[in-house]
Design a binder for this molecule. Structure first.
Ligand code: TXD
Length: 312
């Protein structure tokens, strides 16, 4: 039987995820959005592209959830993106309403689906979904770390001229400006970054990584990044459907790891057919531990803000 992946929110990240996924021919795809005609139009356009590259998957667009029935994975991108000068947390109330609705309606038709979250503020939207749906932690995972780490990899490649294939970066923590790019675990062909690059160059890369989302928002003026976020979604969906046991940085529900309880937080996560199989714990320096604690505080703060606004 073919796999089925539904994407809620057919905007920039949703439709670009569908594009990357269709190219991989790993699942039939459904796009759902509230805008009339838009998911149908994008789905048909994508369907019509596939003969050219010889890929046999069906792509359906709809304003209703019934067509999502029996999905193996539901990707939730529905919500508002940031506007210039807006923090991810400004999006809180609006996106909480949208994400709650997307979660409830998706699970009605696909009660066994794994939910891959993208909507910002990411760690808190993933938390909301887990709580409103009452799901075990295996079933809800948020995309952030692959993107943040890919940005760091791109910046390191620009600085060093080394192939991105040799550059491995690990960005942990919440998906906000307090994220924690690890400079000792990140490496170029096994050489730790903090040995490869002079301290000031590395500090600049860390800073640019932290502000990577905002840099794109300022350039675009309307909307936020979508190519890199959606290829990150694609890597997660691929790892789950193929039961790869792939370890990637992603946002998962912490149950004691890194000393954290009951928040979603970016950590190395092993993904397979059941979703989150394991959260991997790194040995961290005291500075890194402090930075993670600061990032956790900011996620906790947003969860508290959410609790004061909506019932969870
Ligand atoms: O790394 C990450 N986690 C992120 C997160 C990277 C990129 C984008 N990130 C966040 O994802 C961003 O801040 C937003 O909160 C979401 C979606 O970003 P995108 O760039 O795709 O925004 P768009 O293009 O505005 O698309 C959102 C779509 C749009 O078509 C709306 O009509 C739709 O969501 N939408 C809905 N769909 C279904 N159901 C409801 N209720 C709904 N409301 C809006």
């Amino acid at each position: 039987m073919k796999n089925k992946v539904s994407i809620i929110g057919a905007g920039m990240t949703g439709s670009t995820s569908a594009h990357w996924l269709a190219e991989r021919e790993i699942a039939d795809l459904v796009l759902v959005d509230v805008v009339e005609g838009m998911p149908q139009g994008k789905a048909l356009d994508l369907q019509e592209a596939l003969p050219v590259i010889g890929k046999d998957v069906t792509v359906v667009g709809s304003n209703d959830y019934d067509v999502t029935e029996g999905s193996d994975i539901v990707v939730i991108t529905a919500g508002m993106p940031r506007k210039p000068g807006m923090s991810r947390d400004d999006l809180l109330t609006t996106n909480a309403r949208i994400v709650r609705e997307a979660t409830e309606k998706s699970l009605k038709y696909s009660p066994d689906a794994i939910l891959v979250m993208l909507t910002n503020p990411l760690d808190v939207m993933a938390y909301l979904t887990l709580k409103v749906a009452g799901l075990p932690r295996e079933r809800v995972v948020g995309q952030a770390g692959i993107l943040d780490s890919a940005r760091m990899r791109a910046f390191v490649a620009m600085e060093t001229g080394v192939s991105v294939e040799n550059i491995h970066c690990y960005v942990l923590g919440g998906h906000g400006d307090d994220m924690v790019p690890l400079t000792g675990h990140s490496n170029i062909a096994g050489i730790p970054l903090n040995q490869y690059l002079p301290a000031e160059k590395l500090a600049a890369i860390v800073q640019r990584t932290r502000k990577g989302g905002g840099e794109i928002v300022s350039l675009l003026k309307t909307g936020s990044a979508y190519y890199a976020p959606s290829i990150a979604i694609t890597q997660m969906v691929d790892a789950i459907l193929k039961d790869k046991h792939l370890i990637v940085p992603a946002s998962a529900h912490m149950q004691g790891e890194y000393g954290l309880q009951d928040i979603f937080f970016g950590a190395p996560v092993q993904l397979g057919r059941k979703g989150v199989e394991k959260v991997i714990e790194y040995d961290l320096s005291d500075d890194e531990k402090d930075a993670l604690e600061k990032s956790a505080d900011s996620v906790r703060g947003t969860i508290e803000a959410l609790r004061s606004l909506v019932e969870i």
